[in-house]
Design a protein around this ligand. Structure first.
Ligand code: AHM
Ligand code: MG
Length: 338
């Protein structure tokens, strides 16, 4: 039988081989993984522990907060505030950055997260997940406010997600490929199950919420219509569509067997450049996807090159198999250039 490798062993070895994970970063990643384990247990208990349904308030995005959204957020904050590895945290569920309480030492990293992504799936027993992104505190930063987080995604030192599905799986990059760890509920440990995830360059599967079609801009309509035309259209082959409405689950499928995931900007509210949030949804997913050999753009430029202006800013997202992302991005550029 093959010897199993734990998350801790993987992190220690990555440090030994490539000097990529200093002790503070390892502590941070292990604490995040431990918090995800707790969240997984809560998601799993669901109605048995009266954990389904809304809290009765709206978050900064104007969305109803679910009980599990709040529990996941508090779990991540509590787990991470005392270790001395972080300078501050930011979350989809909190309007402002969270400073580490004065009673604890501060470290040099910043943690951003979407504590429970895909919240609309909580009450219907469909996969949800936690997405996280790790940045360094900029040198010379004096105030630990929102501004310290406003760094392009290319500066992330680590990113990942946990998907709470039939298995709980943690997918992680520290900038040297993407690895997946499955939670062994009997031993409580994260076990390396996919040492290197790779997205095939070609695909015949895509993910988009097609109910928004009437709001899409022309490049998206053009691209999707070509996929729908299948073997009788310009692409000359049939495509399959899947939409879980949990970005973690859709991206996990894509990292596992290829595909292209899209949440474009649309005409519903022209002031919003898409639905997904740059700092704790698009950036960490773009980092993972690029590390797995795929591509990620907003229809114009590489997501990881975007200079963020606000903590909760939204962005259009096209990510996955390189050839498809390049094509849909080219359609946007052609449209812009008339
Ligand atoms: P959330 O962070 O509030 O859960 O919203 C993000 C989710 C993504 O996981 C998913 O891809 C998308 O919203 C689904 O949107 P829609 O409801 O339009 O299908
Ligand atoms: Mg989300």
């Amino acid at each position: 039988m093959m010897k199993s490798i734990s998350l801790t062993q993987y992190l220690v070895e990555k440090q030994r081989e490539k000097n990529l994970i200093p002790a503070e970063l390892r502590l941070l990643l292990e604490v995040v993984a431990r918090a995800c384990k707790r969240i997984s247990i809560a998601v799993n208990k669901g109605a048995l522990a009266d954990l389904l349904g809304d809290v009765g308030i709206e978050n900064v995005q104007g969305e109803a907060v679910k009980k599990l959204d709040m529990i996941a957020n508090e779990t991540l904050l509590e787990a991470n505030e005392w270790g001395g590895h972080l300078a501050a945290m930011a979350s989809e569920e909190m309007e402002h950055a969270y400073s580490i309480p004065h009673r604890y030492p501060k470290g040099e990293y910043l943690l951003l997260f979407d504590p429970l992504d895909g919240s609309s799936n909580i009450d219907v027993n469909v996969s949800t997940g936690t997405i996280f992104s790790v940045l360094r505190l900029p040198e010379g930063a004096t105030r630990l406010d929102e501004s310290v987080f406003l760094q392009p995604g290319s500066r992330q030192v680590a990113a990942g997600y946990a998907v709470y599905g039939p298995s709980t799986i943690l997918v992680l990059t520290v900038g040297d490929g993407v690895a997946a760890f499955t939670l062994d509920r009997e031993t409580g440990s994260w076990t390396l199950t996919v040492p290197r995830m790779e997205i095939p360059e070609q695909t015949s599967e895509y993910a988009i919420n097609a109910s928004n079609r009437r709001h899409w801009y022309p490049p998206v309509v053009r691209y999707i219509d070509e996929l729908l035309a299948g073997s009788t259209g310009p692409r000359g082959k049939d495509y399959n569509m899947r939409w879980v409405a949990s970005m973690v689950a859709d991206v996990h499928r894509m990292l596992s067997r290829g595909g292209v995931f899209m949440y474009p900007a649309d005409a519903r509210d022209p002031s919003l450049p898409g639905k997904l949030r740059l700092m704790y949804e698009a950036n960490p997913m773009a980092f993972l996807v690029e590390q797995a050999g795929g591509a990620a753009t907003d229809g114009r430029q590489r997501i990881l090159d975007i200079e963020p202006k606000r903590l909760h800013q939204r962005v259009a997202v096209f990510l996955g198999s390189r050839s498809e992302v390049e094509r849909v991005t080219a359609y946007h550029n052609e449209h812009r250039n008339g």
